[in-house]
Ligand binder design. Structure first.
Ligand code: IPE
Ligand code: IPE
Ligand code: MG
Length: 248
């Protein structure tokens, strides 16, 4: 398997690409509405876009890609819409397993796994098991995910383990998060023109760069991803230092 840590020869995006890109895939409903289609059609088109972005991200050498697929708050949507989203997820798992293996992509889930519908858990477990040794890219699906709940869960776990207050370091805390052993996101992309985090990766986003686009998720393609990466590469990340300090 080719080394995916460098950009592919055909890529117009020069290295280095961000190690971890997290996306808030928003706007499926509005995409459908603008075409006089049902929200279901919007989610279907959104799934097609996600498939293409996974492949493109892998080609570009992104090592961790996190897709906000279903938030804990999304349970409050109409029952039919929620059902359709999970049907699409199961379909995706069935159809994409071989593609993920061929691309050396490992699947992970961030979120309250036990709270997912049984059939979704089954198909996710199957694909996670089959792809666990894949190394070119980790694809995280944030499912039944809430950033605040993730933080509370980490607190509960540390208390249960009897960890001493002084031992609760950034590292010890991060080890209790769903993203354990994965780097923080370098770049967070949100589509559809909304300018908010919607409870996404609250702890991990501390020094992420943000990229917002009006493009609705089903229209977000490889070219749009490259545009976001180029924008990211034009920025100077300072991590609290002065501009002069980071350029020397
Ligand atoms: C994102 O698209 C998909 C999910 C949240 C599951 P939306 O369904 O939120 O689309 P809009 O925001 O209504 O357009
Ligand atoms: C965020 O989108 C969640 C996902 C993309 C899965 P929402 O559409 O649920 O966010 P809000 O409600 O507009 O903040
Ligand atoms: Mg939305």
């Amino acid at each position: 398997m080719a080394d995916a840590s460098t950009t592919s020869a055909s890529s117009p995006v020069p290295a280095p690409v961000p190690g971890h890109v997290a996306i808030i895939m928003d706007g499926n409903g509005r995409w459908a509405q603008r075409r006089g289609l049902s929200r279901s059609e919007g989610h279907r088109a959104g799934t097609r876009a996600a498939k293409a972005i996974v492949t493109r991200a892998r080609e570009l050498g992104i090592r961790h890609l996190t897709l906000y697929t279903f938030s804990r708050e999304n349970w409050s949507r109409p029952k039919d819409e929620v059902g359709l989203i999970f049907d699409l997820l199961v379909e995706y798992m069935k159809g994409e397993l071989q593609n993920l293996l061929d691309q050396d992509i490992r699947l992970k889930v961030l979120g309250d796994f036990d709270g997912l519908p049984f059939v979704a858990r089954q198909s996710l477990s199957h694909v996670m098991g089959k792809t666990e040794n894949c190394r070119a890219m980790t694809l995280n699906l944030a499912l039944n995910y809430s950033g605040r709940e993730e933080i509370l869960r980490a607190c509960r776990s540390l208390v249960e383990k009897g960890v001493k207050p002084e031992a609760i370091t950034n590292e010890a805390f991060a080890a209790e998060l769903y993203t354990v052993n994965q780097p923080d996101p370098d770049l967070i992309i949100r589509t559809s023109g909304e300018l908010r985090l919607s409870n996404y990766l609250l702890f991990q986003a501390a020094y992420a760069e943000f990229y917002f686009t009006d493009t609705l998720w089903p229209d977000f393609d490889g070219t749009e991803l490259e545009r976001a990466l180029a924008d990211y590469q034009s920025r100077q990340r300072r991590f609290g230092k002065t501009g002069e300090q980071v350029t020397v």
